[in-house]
Write a protein that binds this ligand. Structure first.
Ligand code: FMN
Length: 207
């Protein structure tokens, strides 16, 4: 990836891998759009003793996000497992460190979306997605859901919502991302990438 190519930051936390799998599907959708790339990043876990030190590079998966990854992105796809109907603490912990970007308006007019994974079908996918959207609105981002023209929204028997992609992982976290859930992840990635290219041009005054 070159330093000058615009990118969508796909920032996620995942403990057992479901949200990480969704992140890769969104990235595939993003990478299918000309003129923009996907940058996958994660956050370290947090603990109640709180200052436990994580290795600088995670053992597997995406590397840890830095503030500059967020500052310089053209769009943000934010992914979290559902934790009691809300986003996971490690992601919120990172977002709580972004005041300098808020003060400088670094994310204003940039598009964003959210995605989540749950163990149970009615276990809070929508509430998680809607609450993940709140800090993004404070940052001035333009939130993009999934329109019903994506027909998988009507046929899914698992995850998939107009508020963002979602996945039903099952009580043992052993249910793979299914065909409809995957289609919605890819569609959401594509939509975000197209919006990123268009809003980039708008901010640069070329459209
Ligand atoms: C502390 C905690 C809270 C959870 N809360 C919920 C919940 O409210 N609803 C639900 O369906 N699943 C809940 N889960 C299950 C996870 O959301 C689910 O296993 C998810 O698919 C994990 O994603 P990952 O594989 O990316 O870590 C919870 C899990 C943990 C550890």
């Amino acid at each position: 990836m070159s330093n000058t190519t615009p990118y969508v930051l796909v920032l996620y936390y995942s403990r057992s891998g479901a949200t990480a799998d969704m992140a890769r599907q969104l990235a595939a959708g993003i990478e299918s759009i000309v003129g923009i790339e996907a940058r996958l990043r994660t956050v370290p876990p947090v603990s109640t003793t709180c200052e436990a030190v994580a290795p600088e590079i995670p053992d597997e998966g995406a590397v840890y996000v830095e503030l500059d990854d967020l500052r310089n992105c053209s769009a943000l796809a934010l992914g979290s497992p559902t934790r009691f109907g809300n986003m996971a603490a490690p992601l919120k912990y990172f977002l709580d460190s972004t005041s300098s970007l808020w003060m400088n308006g670094a994310l204003v007019d940039k598009p964003a979306c959210a995605f989540t994974s749950t163990s149970s079908l009615h276990g809070g996918q929508e509430s998680t997605l809607l609450t993940m959207l709140v800090p993004l609105l404070h940052h001035g981002m333009v939130y993009a859901g999934i329109p019903y023209s994506e027909t998988a929204l009507l046929s899914t028997q698992g995850g998939g919502t107009p508020y963002g992609a979602s996945h039903l992982a099952g009580p043992r976290s052993d249910r793979s991302v299914d065909e409809h859930e995957r289609a919605l992840c890819v569609a959401q990635g594509k939509r975000l990438a197209k919006l990123a290219v268009a809003l980039n041009a708008m901010r640069q005054g070329t459209s």
